[in-house]
Write a protein that binds this ligand. Sequence first.
Ligand SMILES: CC(C)(COP(=O)(O)OP(=O)(O)OC[C@H]1O[C@@H](n2cnc3c(N)ncnc32)[C@H](O)[C@@H]1OP(=O)(O)O)[C@@H](O)C(=O)NCCC(=O)NCCS
Length: 185
Amino acid sequence: METLHIRRGLVSDAPALTAFATRTFAEAFGADNRPEDLQAHLASSYNVPRQTMELTDPNIATLLALQAETLLAYAQVRCQNPPPCVTQARPIELHRFYVDHRVHGQGVAQRLMAAVHEAARAFNGQHLWLSVWERNPRGIAFYRKEGFVDAGRKDFYVGPDRQSDRVMVAAVRQINTDTTQPVHQ
Ligand SMILES: CC(C)(COP(=O)(O)OP(=O)(O)OC[C@H]1O[C@@H](n2cnc3c(N)ncnc32)[C@H](O)[C@@H]1OP(=O)(O)O)[C@@H](O)C(=O)NCCC(=O)NCCS
C-alpha cells in the first residue's frame, strides 16, 4: 500500500470530513436502520458546522488517515465522562473510528489505532473506552484484536431508535522507553 499519512484534522478539512463521515456511517449501518432514522442521525451528527466545532474543540482530537490526498479513515478521541460501567483510571473516549470499506483488512485500522493511543496519551489518559453497536461483529472483532475487553452496555440513538451498544475498554499503550533491551547487531 502507498504511504499512509496520519495527521490531526484542520478546520479546512471540515467539508471533506463531513462527506466521508456521512458516507462511512451510511455504508456501515444503512442496511440495518430505518432510512428516516439514518437520515435524522446523519443530519444531526455530520454537517460542516458540527465538524468545524469538533475540529476546533481542544477536548477532541480528530485524526485523519490519508493516502496522497485521499481520506481513507478517521478517528475521534475525546475527553468525555464515561458511563458508570467504566471504572478504570483516567478514561478517554474513542468516539469515532471509521475506515473506508475499500481498505478494510489492509492494516489501515491498526495504524490509525496506534495514533489513537498517542492522542489519548497526549490527553493524559490511562484507558480508552468506546461503545460499539452489539450488531457490529466486525467492529467488535477488531476492537478485541486491539485488546479491548467488555465493560458493560450503554444506549445509543440513531434518530429516535434506541439501540444497545457494548462498552469496551483497553489500557492506553505506553511508549516503549525501555533502553535495557539488547541492541541487535
Ligand atoms: C471496524 C473497522 C474499523 C475495522 O477495520 P478493519 O480493517 O475492517 O479490521 P480488520 O480486518 O483488521 O479486523 C476485523 C476482523 O473482524 C473479522 N470479521 C469480519 N466480519 C466479521 C463478522 N461478521 N463476525 C465476526 N468477525 C468478523 C475479520 O475477519 C477480522 O478479523 P481477522 O483479522 O482475525 O480475520 C472497519 O471494519 C470499519 O471502519 N467498519 C465500519 C465502521 C465501524 O464499524 N466502525 C466502528 C464503529 S464503533
